[in-house]
Design a protein around this ligand. Structure first.
Ligand SMILES: NC(=O)c1ccc[n+]([C@@H]2O[C@H](COP(=O)([O-])OP(=O)(O)OC[C@H]3O[C@@H](n4cnc5c(N)ncnc54)[C@H](OP(=O)(O)O)[C@@H]3O)[C@@H](O)[C@H]2O)c1
Length: 267
């Protein structure tokens, strides 16, 4: 299988480097205007250029990862090269209907992933457009699963996904930064606090996912009466921690909706 990744930036490059590792993939063609900014050396089966048309023509599967502002130009360029091909868009804000209008002969999937694709731990949600066969969906899932975990959802939920897991690494990074700073305040070295905070995050996620323990069961198991954890939780509640997180995701969802509407209005 030959895969083209058009727009090898943060997301595109992560996708390309994840997909190229599979023995099922014989070649990955990545494009960007300035190929010198790609990290070298490139893997043996990965070739870079600025030629979207040639990459789309060569490929069996075309992946789109440019910013919304650059999307129309790239879609117009590759429209004739995508007849009958699977096209997976990782671009926020651009609807399936819009993608299908620009690529009328392609079979389109719209996906939202996140930066953890760089380490094969992305949370990706996707929606399929019209006319995909079971084999096309399998290929789409194959690509998504190289990045981490994936889930199929109605397109109407993708703005919420953008706000929760697309932007999520930024929220989690802020939480880790807060824990590291807190560690410093209570006398831990920065690198010690960083290791403890990041491993606590990984461990808690694994615990919840692998044991089936509920969030409240886990919280209660750690929280003894008049103990240390409840003293900490009390301060989190006083600072409206949960309300802040809910407000953040709601505001980001509204922002995603605004960006999508703006794109529709402008194109
Ligand atoms: N970053 C995230 O956390 C994240 C998460 C989920 C989804 N997304 C979505 O992923 C998409 C890419 O985001 P990003 O953060 O990866 O942006 P980015 O790092 O700026 O990458 C976009 C890439 O597109 C390339 N590009 C621009 N115009 C091009 C053209 N005409 N032909 C070929 N390549 C072109 C740019 O490279 P040159 O300037 O060298 O051309 C750049 O490397 C966006 O639509 C975004 O909504 C991002």
């Amino acid at each position: 299988m030959i895969v083209a990744v058009l727009g090898a930036g943060k997301i595109g490059e992560a996708v390309a480097r994840a997909v190229v590792k599979s023995p099922k993939v014989s070649l990955v063609l990545v494009t960007k205007r300035n190929t010198s900014s790609l990290k070298r050396p490139l893997p043996r089966k990965l070739q870079a250029s600025s030629d979207n048309v040639a990459a789309a023509r060569e490929a069996d599967v075309v992946i789109l990862a440019v910013k919304a502002a650059d999307a129309k130009r790239v879609l117009d360029e590759i429209s004739a090269q995508t007849h009958g091909k699977l096209v997976i868009s990782f671009m926020a804000a651009i609807s399936l209907a819009r993608l299908e209008r620009h690529l009328p002969k392609a079979k389109v999937v719209r996906a939202m992933t996140n930066m953890a694709a760089m380490v094969g731990e992305a949370a990706t949600a996707y929606s399929a457009g019209k006319g995909l066969s079971e084999a096309d969906l399998e290929t789409a899932r194959f690509v998504m699963d190289r990045l981490g975990e994936s889930i199929e959802l109605p397109e109407s939920q993708l703005d919420a996904v953008t706000a929760l897991s697309g932007s999520g690494p930024a929220y989690i990074a802020i939480l880790i930064d807060a824990l590291v700073t807190a560690g410093l305040k209570v006398g831990l070295a920065r690198d010690t606090a960083f290791r403890l905070a990041t491993q606590t995050l990984v461990g808690t996620s694994k615990l919840l996912r692998e044991t089936g323990m509920s969030i409240t069961e886990l919280r209660d198991a750690v929280t003894t009466p008049a103990g240390t954890t409840i003293a900490g939780i009390y301060e989190l509640e006083k600072g409206s921690f949960r309300t802040s997180v809910i407000n953040a995701v709601e505001a980001a969802t509204q922002a995603a909706e605004r960006v999508a509407k703006k794109f529709e209005a402008e194109h």
